[in-house]
Design a protein around this ligand. Structure first.
Ligand code: TRP
Length: 402
């Protein structure tokens, strides 16, 4: 019986791979998110949970929540129960600075975290894992640190409140209480366990094997004595894409043994590549993604040229059958970025019935994305080195819960 189960798992692994370094649907297919929820053991976010967020924050839930972009969670209910009793929490998210130019997929967790920070009025820590990228990519320590600072500017441009936000680079911040927690976590995780969770092999260098505690411990308030001293029971909520789940499975597993709360998670889908939904956008293929540095002209030509269409081959067929919205990238992108629910529903109806053509939908998408990218560029240009220093200074945040 056990043997059989193992075998099944192996077959599954061949079909779909999702871990922090690789997102690959089974051949020619889409990521099966239901299966992922099952495999990882998280919960789906249902409409009643979204409604609860609406009530507790007295504001409309973010598009990403309304439209199931953030679709899975762990213990979100517990965080909300505590919040309802008047207990605040803190947010933790991060970025591995592997490239200079971010694409739209990279912005999603930060846009959402900004909404959470505003809606719940809570502090936020943002980890820049320059150490991680230095170990996984062929990047020097210095280059990785430079990229971290550059990426910090894009993150700050998303509008975070400096009085509630601490951004840190691992190379600069790891030490003291943070490092003590890393060692405590490390002692609870066997080599076999990390191999099981992350799939390390005997050829992987030990830097990789020893990294997971670094990403784990920002989940514990005692890693930030300058922020949360005396608040050891403060809960943590982590917004992230679901490929980061393995790190936090490990974290949640060890937390009780250290006498700490398990972090709660709110997890997103991957933002699909222009060519279609078989993985996530890749920073290494410039034609698969819209970058925040793309010009209006780039955006227009990429969408017109590469965005996979669910429209039919001929106009006659399209009028007859309508677009296949299940695979249509322009429509999917609008679902992420077009705020207006009524307009989106209108497009779904008209395009799906074949009365609207792909060209029109692409046109609207080009407008929406150009506006977002231009707004981001303006905001980023306004971020000074002094502002980066201010966000990254190790300091108390006096008004973090107001
Ligand atoms: N490993 C993540 C990446 O490569 C960065 C990261 C660190 C992160 N801590 C996090 C992402 C917490 C989400 C939540 O991008």
């Amino acid at each position: 019986m056990e043997k059989n189960q193992n075998k099944e798992e192996e077959v599954e692994e061949e079909q779909q791979v999702v871990n922090p370094w690789k997102v690959e649907a089974k051949e020619g297919g889409k990521i099966d998110y239901d299966k992922l929820i099952d495999q990882f053991g998280c919960q789906r976010i249902d409409p009643s949970l979204v409604d609860r967020v609406r009530r507790l924050t007295s504001r409309p839930p973010h598009v990403f929540l309304r439209r199931d972009v953030f679709f899975a969670h762990r213990d979100l209910n517990e965080i909300l129960d505590a919040y309802e009793r008047g207990e605040k929490f803190y947010l933790y998210t991060g970025r591995g600075p592997s490239s200079e130019a971010l694409h739209l997929g990279h912005l999603i967790p930060f846009m959402f975290t900004k909404y959470l920070q505003d809606a719940f009025k809570v502090p936020l820590v943002i980890q820049l894992t320059d150490d991680e990228k230095c170990m996984w990519k062929n990047i020097s320590v210095e280059e990785s640190q430079r990229l971290a600072r550059e990426n910090a500017k894009d993150i700050i441009a998303c509008g975070f409140d400096v009085t509630k936000t601490f951004i840190f680079s691992d190379f600069d911040y790891v030490g003291g209480a943070f490092y003590k927690n890393m060692v405590k976590v490390g002692k609870c995780v066997t080599y076999n366990k990390v191999v099981g969770i992350f799939g390390f092999t005997g050829e992987d260098h030990i830097g990789k094997v020893s990294f997971p505690p670094v990403q784990a411990v920002p989940s514990f308030p005692s890693s930030f004595p300058h922020l949360f001293s005396g608040k050891d029971n403060l809960r943590c909520l982590i917004p992230c894409a679901i490929d980061q789940d393995p790190y936090f499975r490990m974290t949640r597993d060890v937390a009780p043994r250290l006498g700490y709360n398990k972090p709660a998670l709110i997890e997103s889908l991957f933002f699909p590549a222009l060519q279609g939904e078989t993985g996530k956008m890749s920073a290494s293929d410039p034609n698969s993604a819209i970058y925040v540095t793309d010009s209006a002209k780039d955006i227009k030509s990429k969408i017109n040229k590469f965005a996979f269409s669910g429209g039919r081959d001929t106009i006659e067929k399209h009028r007859e059958l309508g677009a296949d919205l299940e695979v249509d990238i322009p429509y999917k992108y609008l679902k992420f970025f077009l705020d207006d629910d009524t307009e989106l529903a209108h497009i779904a109806k008209e395009y799906g019935a074949g009365r609207m053509l792909t060209g029109e939908v692409k046109q609207r998408l080009i407008q929406v994305l150009t506006e977002i990218v231009e707004r981001h560029c303006r905001a980023r240009a306004a971020v000074t080195d002094e502002m980066v220093d201010a966000f990254m200074a190790v300091r108390p945040l006096p008004s973090m819960f107001e």
